[in-house]
Design a protein around this ligand. Structure first.
Ligand SMILES: Cc1ncc(COP(=O)(O)O)c(C=O)c1O
Length: 358
């Protein structure tokens, strides 16, 4: 018996999107961002599908450990570096690249006795004010790293764009100019672009691009889908109908009775809810696909179930597939109805939803 709900993840689509990244940034190497369980797509499966990437990027050392345990020998960059000194020997023995974004991390590296030298990336804050050194401190930081026998080769240099997804040219210009000035005269490769930078600002490509969302076939830009950008959505979230009921005109459906049948209607109950990551904030009317047709959500999303008005779709049966997002129903559209971004919906698919690689 197959699990319902399930997230089907299309390895062919992931590879197709990686090829699209390479076409878009032909001069750059690709660091595939597969943190947060590969944006909900399954860390190891995605790692295997994207094994041709030049490196992987993760946020937590546990994610890197899982990739190594699965036998993936690719270069892996820890985007936030290590969180405590005890993680440094593990990072070194696993051959991980560590980002150094703070004085504390610099000092941890200086105090560590490592089994082998680690590759480093210095993160520079060019305006996001989240992580990174101020531009004026960069030369001192790189000097200290270069003089550290625990550090292999010249540190690489990176920054992160705060507003590229909004196509905010002013902010992006200022960040790019700030980065160029901060790294001028420094050896070491450079990396700036996330998916939005990669797609919209060729001048941000540098030596390494760091796409995340576009590898999954999803757009970083509001109001535009991955499909419209020539990408292939990799995830299809699906479940199935577990019950059907006929409701009479005037009867109400679900918690709070927020949906009222305007005429005698047929409602399909599907096994998916906010306990699976299908957000409760979705309003009645949100489309889901039943039998390859769109049908509207009726009433509130509950923990394990939703109700769908299938009155206009005769022949719906218990067991029929219900697609919550995928190729025919872009996750961008669903996210916008939920008042959020597709990143959050994809990462929010919960553990009880099995990922099946197809
Ligand atoms: C430092 C860094 N680089 C790259 C990315 C990839 O961003 P996107 O998924 O928008 O391509 C992220 C994601 O949050 C990130 O934190």
């Amino acid at each position: 018996m197959t699990r319902a709900p399930r997230a089907l993840v299309d390895s062919g689509a992931l590879k197709f999107n990686l090829a699209a990244v390479r076409r878009q940034a032909p001069g750059a190497r690709v660091m595939a961002v597969i943190k947060a369980n590969a944006y909900g797509h399954g860390l190891v499966g995605v790692g295997r599908a994207l094994a041709d990437a030049d490196a992987f990027a993760v946020a937590r050392i546990e994610e890197a450990v899982a990739l190594r345990e699965a036998g993936l020998g690719n270069r892996i960059v820890l985007l936030e570096g290590v969180f405590e000194p005890g993680q440094l020997p593990l990072a070194a023995s696993l051959g991980l690249d560590v980002v150094v974004h703070s004085r504390e991390q610099l000092e941890m590296l200086e105090a560590a006795a490592l089994p082998r030298a680690v590759e480093t990336w210095v993160k520079i804050d060019t305006g996001m004010n989240r992580l990174g050194f101020r531009p004026e401190d960069v030369s001192q930081v790189t000097r200290r790293l270069a003089g550290n026998p625990g550090v292999a080769g010249p540190p690489r240099l990176m920054t992160h764009l705060a507003c590229a997804d909004e196509r905010d040219a002013g902010t992006t210009d200022r960040q790019l100019q700030g980065f160029t000035a901060a790294v001028s005269g420094q050896p070491g490769e450079r990396s700036v672009a996330n998916s939005a930078g990669l797609l919209w600002r060729p001048d941000s490509h540098a030596d390494w691009v760091r796409p995340g969302i576009m590898l999954y076939g999803v757009s970083p830009f509001a109001g535009q889908t991955g499909i419209q950008l020539g990408l292939r959505p990799a995830m299809q979230l699906l479940s199935r109908v577990i019950a059907l009921r006929d409701v009479r005109r005037g009867e109400r459906v679900g918690y709070g009775g927020t949906w009222t049948a305007q005429a005698d209607s047929r409602v399909a109950i599907a096994a998916i809810g906010y306990g699976d990551g299908y957000p409760r904030s979705l309003p009645s009317g949100t489309p889901v696909m039943v039998r390859d047709h769109r049908a509207p959500l009726a009433g509130r999303v509950s923990m394990d179930m939703i109700a769908v008005d299938v009155t206009a779709l005769p022949g719906v049966c218990v067991g029929d597939a219900v697609v919550l997002w995928g190729q025919q129903l872009p996750v961008e559209e669903v996210a916008s109805l939920a008042g959020t971004i597709p990143y959050e919906l994809l990462c929010g698919v919960t553990q009880r939803v099995g990922v099946t690689n197809v």
